[in-house]
Design a binder for this molecule. Structure first.
Ligand SMILES: O=C(O)CCC(=O)C(=O)O
Length: 308
């Protein structure tokens, strides 16, 4: 659907001004929209996951642990696919934020994936400028991510930063010049953008950030000693079809309809998109790729194939 067609549908949660602002700027901050008891429920389940990590010495399919992790000082960098780890996360992905996704994608919405990023105060967890769509190309760019702040996030806590209007610009390469996937834009490309206009989006617990899959975004390190948790859920319009292999990190909820029904026609956007690696055999995290922890030359995905 086009933005005009989406805007012509009655909104469920957002105001018309908020929807127009999203289409104009490529991002939105909605403060304190998630009730406290919902956030407290997610935080209780998340604390249990961190407890579970104390017994771990290496990352597994769901819990990505960082350098220096130990039983006494657990450092969980990311929960991968929390929607498959506990029903609380999945109910949340299906609740008010699915209505908000429908306000911006149109009435028919599929779930893409979820992750819970912690950002630690050791300075290593800045997220470099990147766009999301080169990680998961779709036939059109009605794809977005909703970040939920599980604690108050101030300017010094590494809030999400987005370059306004960048979703209307080019889609950039996220491989470096050696052919290694870095999950980040190249310096030369960043130099073409007005990074000084970036909007940083601090907000109280229960606020959400929404960014368009083409919006250039990143986040600075935090000074928050206990780590800054950000729960991200990504969605696509039903008429946006993925054409690369699903990441191994996606859950069984991938492409589930959270609102509406399947599309009868695919919608195609003429803007071309670079192809990511084939992650059907394994995907770590944006932190691991951006920090160079995982830096083998990476062949691009040849397209969805039958498994052996
Ligand atoms: O955790 C953050 O601050 C941002 C994460 C992000 O941009 C991403 O995972 O795509």
């Amino acid at each position: 659907m086009t933005p005009d067609a989406i805007l012509a549908c009655a909104p469920r949660v957002l105001t018309q001004d908020q929807r127009e602002s999203y289409f104009e700027n490529g991002y939105l901050l909605v403060e304190s929209v998630i009730p406290d008891d919902v956030i407290d429920g997610i935080n209780a389940v998340t604390a249990a996951m961190v407890e579970r990590s104390r017994a771990m010495t290496a990352s597994d399919d769901h819990i990505d642990i960082g350098p220096g992790h130990c039983a006494d000082h657990p450092i969980v960098r990311r929960l991968t696919a929390p929607d498959a780890m506990d029903e609380t996360y999945w109910q949340f992905a299906n609740g008010i934020i699915a209505d908000i996704a429908a306000d911006l994608l149109g009435p028919d919405v599929t779930f893409n994936h979820s992750k819970l990023n912690f950002k630690w105060s050791d300075g290593r967890d800045a997220v470099k400028w990147h766009q999301d769509i080169p990680f998961y190309p779709h036939t059109n760019y009605n794809v977005l991510a909703i970040g939920t702040y599980l604690v108050d996030v101030a300017m010094e806590d590494g809030p999400l930063g987005v370059i306004p209007g960048s979703h209307k610009g080019p889609i950039f390469e996220h491989f470096d010049e050696r052919g290694i996937w870095t999950g980040a834009m190249r310096d030369g490309d960043i130099a073409t953008l007005a990074t000084d206009t970036a909007a940083y989006l601090p907000g109280p617990k229960g606020s959400i950030t929404i960014h368009h899959s083409r919006a250039v975004h990143g986040s600075k390190p935090t000074t928050q000693a206990n780590g800054r948790p950000l729960l991200i859920n990504a969605y696509a319009a039903a008429d946006a079809f993925p054409y690369t292999s699903p990441k191994s990190s996606y859950s069984h909820h991938y492409r589930d309809f959270v609102r509406g029904k399947p599309a009868t026609w695919a919608h195609h956007d003429p803007e071309p998109c670079p192809i990511p690696p084939d992650w059907s055999g394994g995907y770590t995290s944006i932190y691991a790729y951006q920090s160079g922890e995982d830096s083998k030359p990476t062949p691009r995905d040849p397209g969805v194939r039958l498994s052996a």
